[in-house]
Design a protein around this ligand. Structure first.
Ligand code: AMP
Ligand code: MG
Length: 401
């Protein structure tokens, strides 16, 4: 390992050396969860015409001075071109919600405040209530034509798609989904379907990484397992680096005699930005990159893997994709005092209590998967000379995906 750096410095170094991910054109019905890479502007004023907001009758408000009965001269359902009242006083057009208000009308009176006199005639109830502009959504009153309605780097959900559709953007420029490969390493690890020998365990990190990525709207295209073998690692990693934008490697990166990954990445010509972070768990975490591929090396212990994935890898991939900054993070208050270190950052799994309280659920060791299950996420405890944080201190909460 190299000199250890702080978690903040690690994040900064990753951010400064992320691959660029191109934009592609994507049809609207395939844009869910994508990141917008262009501005979407209003192609017409919104609304594009004076729109009736109620089912009822369009009138000229000034006509009410001459009496409260009106003659129906036409019907205006939604989806029909604009019609006119005409010059005769006391006329109205029976109009539906979403229809164009006649240009010579200035007020819509809802059915509920009228009463029929005969087939062609109605009377207004409370005539003095009906004034110019009532129940009309005027042309352009929400947004003028040409206004930017969606900015680049917006995460696309149902509301954004509705705006794009309204503006006639059948395709949007969005970030191309990056290719992500997950690599697990270790001679002791066997497939989930295998029966382990006494000296073996089943592999889980690759699947837990893949699942957490999927819950963060990211998909890995490839899962590869490598034995602790330098030559095989070199051949296989070269191929994966060539064909993927992100490589997430678990295990094989510490001080063990058969931890070949760091030297292999160096030999393959990748630049190392750091290897070793002042944190527990996950101290051996590292980051390598070349112009096309970013390689995260995660310690193999399941909790270390999870912390590194959540704290560094997922935010980095999201940032490279142009995702917006997270909205204000949720803060939680310690429900009881917790121990911390004076020299390194502690990532502490916590269970959420009522009123945003955080209950410590420390794993006895970084491999205790069942204990991790009892936590909702983790908090980051910076080093403190006091070696403890008091009940009530607040920290940013990082939920598990
Ligand atoms: P390493 O980082 O390779 O030294 O591995 C540290 C510990 O994590 C060892 O006990 C490994 O057996 C375990 N480990 C590494 N990779 C995995 C994996 N994919 N699934 C489950 N445990 C793992
Ligand atoms: Mg190993």
């Amino acid at each position: 390992m190299k000199p250890l750096i702080s978690p903040t410095a690690a994040r900064q170094l990753i951010d400064a050396h992320l691959p660029t991910i191109p934009a592609i054109s994507c049809p609207l019905d395939k844009c869910a969860g994508r990141i917008l890479r262009e501005a979407v502007t209003a192609d017409r004023p919104l609304p594009p015409f004076d729109r009736s907001m109620m089912d009822g009758y369009a009138i000229r408000a000034a006509d009410i001075a001459d009496g409260d009965t009106f003659t129906i001269v036409a019907q205006a359902p939604a989806g029909t071109p604009a019609i006119e009242l005409g010059s005769t006083s006391q006329t109205c057009v029976e109009i539906m919600t979403g229809a164009v208000v006649p240009a010579d009308a200035d007020c819509v009176v809802p059915y509920e405040v009228t009463e029929p006199i005969d087939e062609q005639t109605i009377r207004l109830l409370n005539p003095s209530d009906h004034t110019t502009g009532n129940c009309i959504h005027p042309l352009g009153s929400d947004h003028p034509s040409g206004k930017i309605l969606l900015a680049p780097n917006t995460a696309i959900g149902g509301r954004e798609i509705a705006i794009a559709a309204t503006c006639g953007s059948a395709q949007l420029q969005v970030t191309k989904m990056p290719t992500i490969a997950i690599v697990s390493t270790g001679d002791e690890l066997v497939d989930v379907a295998a029966t382990p020998e006494a000296h073996q365990i089943r592999r889980s990190n690759d699947l837990s990484i893949e699942t957490a990525l999927a819950n963060a709207q990211l998909s890995a295209q490839n899962r590869t397992h490598l034995p602790d073998d330098a030559a095989i690692s070199k051949t296989k990693l070269a191929e994966l680096i060539e064909h993927n934008t992100f490589l997430i490697i678990s295990g094989g990166i510490s001080m063990g005699k058969k931890d070949y990954i760091p030297e292999t990445l160096d030999e393959l010509g990748l630049q190392n930005h750091f290897h070793g972070v002042l944190q527990k768990p996950g101290k051996p975490f590292g980051y390598w990159s070349n112009a096309n591929c970013a390689v995260f090396t995660l310690p193999g212990n399941p909790l270390s893997t999870l912390v590194a994935l959540h704290h560094y890898v997922i935010p980095a991939i999201q940032q490279a994709m142009g995702a917006p900054e997270r909205s204000a993070p949720r803060t939680v208050q310690l429900a009881e005092p917790v121990k911390a270190r004076d020299d390194i950052t502690t990532f502490l799994p916590i269970k959420l209590g009522t009123n945003n309280t955080a209950h410590s659920t420390p794993a006895q060791n970084s491999g205790d998967l069942v204990r991790i299950l009892q936590s909702d996420g983790y908090i980051e405890l910076p080093p403190t000379a006091a070696k403890t944080y008091a009940k009530g201190e607040t920290f940013e909460f990082h939920p598990w995906y």
